[in-house]
Design a binder for this molecule. Structure first.
Ligand SMILES: Nc1ncnc2c1ncn2[C@@H]1O[C@H](COP(=O)(O)OP(=O)(O)OP(=O)(O)O)[C@@H](O)[C@H]1O
Length: 730
């Protein structure tokens, strides 16, 4: 009988090791891996048994004169897993220190260090040399302090259910602190370490089992069945079977971009399944919402029943994020899959759509560089009825919150419009007096050939609803769902028929910096039973996350569908260091300190392009750029239209709005002064208490967004009086 096709997988560690070898050697490894994937039993591939290896299934394979690969090659089945690559001796040392086996309870394939077992074995065999094992070491150090209480008071079967290997039970029972847990991280399989970390932080066991797809196996696990283990979602967190040569090429070309292949089980659960209608995925900053949305799009268009010629719309609020997503989708999709996905920010989509349908007007924005919108507004404001004594800010807010958002188009409409949530009450007569201002604004815009984005969206919606343009998509995936207006959400609803897998929306209202709260259900998007949340932060450290969320803790933040969302149910898995917060008497002192920090970071191997200085306004960005340059620090200001090209040298400069969606190893929030953050003109331009409160929430969200872009280091500095936000304790 013909032997089944061999299954070749790559571990995340292999890719990491591959990334670390010199470029000149990578070519040989690539050629080897390609040959190996095609036929791991090819005559030219010699499997050497590794003496001293704790894992009987480890073999070494020769790549060239110097380099060896470490492969898991079990006797049974037809599975080959590339685990590591390194120089001959280093590869062997790695192999001796690790073990890769199937967990008998969870059925996942686990990789972890066995160094401590080796030490133990050595001590066992030489009684005169009694070095303590890590467990003993910890117990010994604990003897000098208070009697140690175990960190986990859990039965063995519970520890086994979260993937702790049998041989690590004693070690886990002996732990008495989170610090001790962090120290043994590498001796545990990743999922067991994370589950213990989350348990220690107070996450309920049930939730962890659910997040990690660790529900009890219905059938007994066969610890020799490596093929079945590769299908386990927990295994897929670290091991991946490339579908074809192209996918293998994509993996090796970007070995450190783990998100491309290794989804966390909680992410995979959202991506690879049919949903019976619209899905809403919440998640704090850095929890992988964009990653999930991209994989969801790829998964949908790669299904065998995806109709020929059908299209998927992937949309976002900001244009830079749409650019990044289009780039990243190309990295995970085949050209055929990529062709089925249209990536465009919604405003641009609307503009193209209405133009194609004969609409001549150009969309203009308040505060736009061209000043078109603001000029029209000034003309309209000439009609303000002075006798009412309402401030100018009132009219702007009324225009945004009532006229545009409810598409009020006549005086009669205005009489009937809802003004719930507006601080100033108006009777019918007053509305009649005010109406001409808004009528004039539309007139001014129309005369100059302009339109607001709200009106253009409304027009697009009309075209679809009246059937004038039957454009539709087979599925719509949305990132930054929190920033879409009600009308925009209704438009998205109209773009795809109500059907299985129709809409997939990710978002986080803690990061809402443009619009006001909306509710999906009011826009015809019914997510009942299909609301989910991502809970692990991959980007920032825990201490940065805590600091960045503290500012929003007492603020009620919505869940995009009329409910409340919280910040205390997501975590980072690396503690990291506290953000550094400094105040200076003047900008000169501040910049001097920044320059010193930049120098220090360079010593720590952080390149200039991995540092981003963030300020509240464009003007401030320009000032800091100038002063840094005067101090000999090259800078590069991020533009609105282009994605950041990290090959360009220089410390990045960006406004808090521009940095949204990006991430940097080091973020320096600068000029966080009183009056600047929150921006006093943003808060005080309104005399309406409700508006002021909402503007303050937007400003807090902006601060939160900026702080959560930091991967490892967060510096916050001010000069003169510091912002009141800096006084809030994390
Ligand atoms: N499965 C994964 N494996 C490795 N890295 C991941 C994974 N998922 C996400 N990440 C990384 O975590 C970081 C945050 O991901 P992403 O931008 O998707 O989060 P987000 O929730 O959209 O963030 P935000 O809302 O703050 O913009 C990125 O660096 C991404 O590559």
């Amino acid at each position: 009988m013909a032997k089944a096709q061999p299954k070749v997988a790559l571990g995340d560690g292999f890719l990491q090791a591959f990334a670390n070898i010199p470029r000149t050697k990578q070519k040989a490894v690539m050629n080897f891996v390609s040959k190996f994937r095609a036929n791991p039993r090819a005559p030219g591939i010699n499997y050497e048994v590794i003496r001293n290896a704790r894992d009987p299934n480890f073999r070494s394979v020769r790549i060239d004169l110097d380099y060896r690969g470490i492969v898991l090659s079990p006797d049974q089945g037809n599975v080959y897993i590339l685990l590591w690559v390194d120089k001959h001796d280093d590869a062997y040392t790695w192999a001796v220190r690790h073990r890769c086996q199937i967990h008998p309870t969870t059925g996942s394939l686990q990789l972890f260090e066995v160094e401590h077992e080796i030490e133990q074995r050595e001590t066992d065999s030489s009684p005169q040399n009694i070095a303590p094992t890590p467990v003993e070491e910890q117990n010994q150090s604990d003897q000098h302090t208070i009697p140690a209480t175990p960190l986990f008071n859990l039965e063995d079967d519970i520890l086994l259910s979260i993937g702790v290997p049998q041989e690590r039970l004693a070690l886990v029972h002996s732990l008495t602190s989170e610090v001790a847990l962090e120290k043994i991280e590498r001796q545990l399989p990743i999922e067991a370490f994370e589950a213990l970390y989350l348990l220690a932080a107070g996450t309920p066991l049930e939730e962890i089992l659910q997040e990690y797809s660790l529900s009890k196996a219905t059938e007994p696990v066969d610890i020799e069945d490596f093929e079945a283990a590769l299908d386990n979602p927990v295994t897929q967190r670290r091991f991946h079977v490339p579908e074809d040569e192209q996918e293998l090429g994509r993996m090796l070309n970007a070995p450190l971009e783990r998100w491309r292949v290794f989804l966390h089980p909680s992410q995979r659960q959202l991506v690879e399944r049919d949903w019976n209608g619209p899905v809403r995925v919440l998640g704090g900053a850095g929890t992988g919402k964009t990653v999930v949305a991209m994989h969801r799009a790829r998964w949908l268009v790669s299904q065998p029943d995806w109709p020929k010629d059908a299209r998927l719309l992937f949309t976002t609020f900001t244009s830079n994020l749409a650019l990044d997503i289009a780039d990243n989708l190309r990295k995970i999709c085949t050209p055929e899959q990529a062709q089925r996905i249209e990536v465009v920010n919604l405003d641009a989509w609307v503009s193209q759509f209405v133009k194609r349908n004969g609409y001549q007007s150009t969309i203009v924005y308040p505060g736009g560089k061209d000043r078109h919108y603001d000029n029209c507004w000034s003309q309209a404001m000439a009609l303000v009825p002075g006798e009412l004594g309402l401030p100018d800010s009132f009219y702007k807010e009324e225009w945004q919150r009532v006229i545009l958002s409810q598409q009020v188009r006549s005086r009669r409409d205005y009489f009937a419009a809802s003004r719930v949530g507006r601080g100033v009450a108006l009777n019918r007569r007053q509305r009649a007096q005010i109406w001409p201002v808004f009528e004039e604004m539309r007139e001014q815009l129309a005369r100059a050939g302009f339109v607001t984005v709200e009106d253009a969206i409304h027009h697009a919606l009309n075209l679809l609803q009246t059937g004038s343009d039957k454009r539709s998509y087979h599925a719509v995936v949305v990132d930054e769902g929190q920033d879409f207006s009600a009308e925009a959400l209704s438009l998205l609803r109209a773009l795809v028929s109500e059907q299985r897998n129709d809409l997939f929306i990710v978002g986080d209202a803690h990061q809402r910096i443009y619009k006001r709260k909306t509710s999906f259900s009011h826009c015809g998007i019914n997510i009942r039973g299909r609301g989910r949340k991502l809970k692990i932060n991959y980007r920032t450290t825990e201490l940065i996350r805590r600091y960045a969320t503290a500012l929003l803790e007492d603020v009620e933040i919505d869940d995009l569908d009329g409910g409340i969302d919280s910040t205390n149910d997501y975590r980072s898995l690396v503690l990291g260091q506290e953000p550094i917060i400094k105040n200076f008497s003047d900008i000169g002192g501040e910049v001097q300190w920044l320059v010193q920090q930049i120098e220090q970071l360079k010593v720590e191997d952080v390149s200039l392009s991995e540092i981003c200085l963030v300020a509240r306004t464009n003007r401030l960005c320009e000032d800091y750029a100038q002063i840094l340059q005067n101090n000999g620090v090259p800078t590069h200001t991020l533009s609105r239209q282009k994605s950041d090209d990290r090959s360009q040298e220089g410390v990045r400069l960006a406004t808090m709005h521009r940095i949204k969606g990006l991430e940097f190893r080091c973020v320096m929030m600068v000029g966080i002064n009183k009056g600047i953050v929150p921006l006093s003109v943003a808060i005080n331009s309104s005399q309406d208490v409700v508006e002021r409160r909402l503007s303050d929430i937007n400003e807090r969200a902006l601060f939160h967004v900026a702080a959560t872009r930091a991967v490892r280091y967060l510096y916050i500095s001010s000069h003169g009086a510091p912002s009141e936000y800096l006084l809030i304790k994390s």
